[in-house]
Ligand binder design. Structure first.
Ligand code: SF4
Length: 208
């Protein structure tokens, strides 16, 4: 029998989560599970996701998130971390990726970040950035700039770059026409617009 007092045991970290979806085809190569982290202080002008900036609110236990991803993995090619700013919760996401990869070695990991890769590899990087980068295969980096829209796959503005930081991209990663945006409707009727929608589509979905 343990004599540890549970109230004195260290709490396992959780993740501040803004959203979770499966079956996404717009957030990286193939069919993907997507986690949107909550909290971002980079404040890119014209950001698509200002509702994810506030870091307050409850956290999701990592055990539950890992189980949710592993349970959902059939028919998917990997996991994408978006936000909010994933690297402002890098230790939690690195642990999620490490544990999911142990159960799903074929899964490929990708992240969208408003930081530049050079910053993430520097002494100014948010804590845990190196650990998260080690778990990733692909990264889209750099701040969003609405004055420089981009039609390149997975990049919303021209200064953003696609990096291979782990395993190579699939040979068919750029096949077919790129998908700009997708709508997810939950069983409760919540509507989630994801991807790189133009302003007209964003306004139309907000009216929904
Ligand atoms: S990093 Fe992403 S979530 Fe944060 S302000 Fe920029 S575009 Fe928005």
């Amino acid at each position: 029998m343990s004599d540890e007092n549970p109230s004195e045991m260290p709490q396992r970290p959780g993740l501040r989560l803004a959203g979770f979806t499966t079956g996404s085809r717009v957030n990286g190569p193939g069919r993907r599970i997507v986690l949107w982290a909550r909290g971002c202080d980079l404040a890119c002008p014209g950001c698509f996701n200002p509702h994810t900036w506030a870091p307050d609110g409850p956290t999701e236990p990592l055990d539950a998130l890992v189980a949710r991803i592993v349970d959902a993995r059939a028919g998917h090619d990997g996991v994408t971390f978006s936000g909010g700013e994933p690297f402002q919760q890098a230790p939690a996401l690195a642990e999620i990726a490490r544990r999911v990869a142990a159960a799903w070695p074929e899964g490929r990991f990708m992240a969208f970040t408003g930081y530049r890769l050079e910053t993430l590899r520097s002494a100014d990087a948010p804590p845990g950035s190196a650990a998260l980068l080690r778990q990733l295969d692909w990264l889209v980096d750099g701040p969003y700039d609405p004055r420089r829209p981009s039609r390149r796959r997975w990049r919303a503005s021209a200064g953003q770059r696609l990096w291979v930081v782990g395993r190579p991209l699939p040979s068919d990663a750029f096949a077919g026409d790129p998908i700009d945006a997708e709508l997810h409707v939950s069983p409760e009727g919540d509507v989630l617009l994801s991807g790189f929608p133009d302003a007209r589509l964003r306004r139309a979905v907000r009216r929904l």
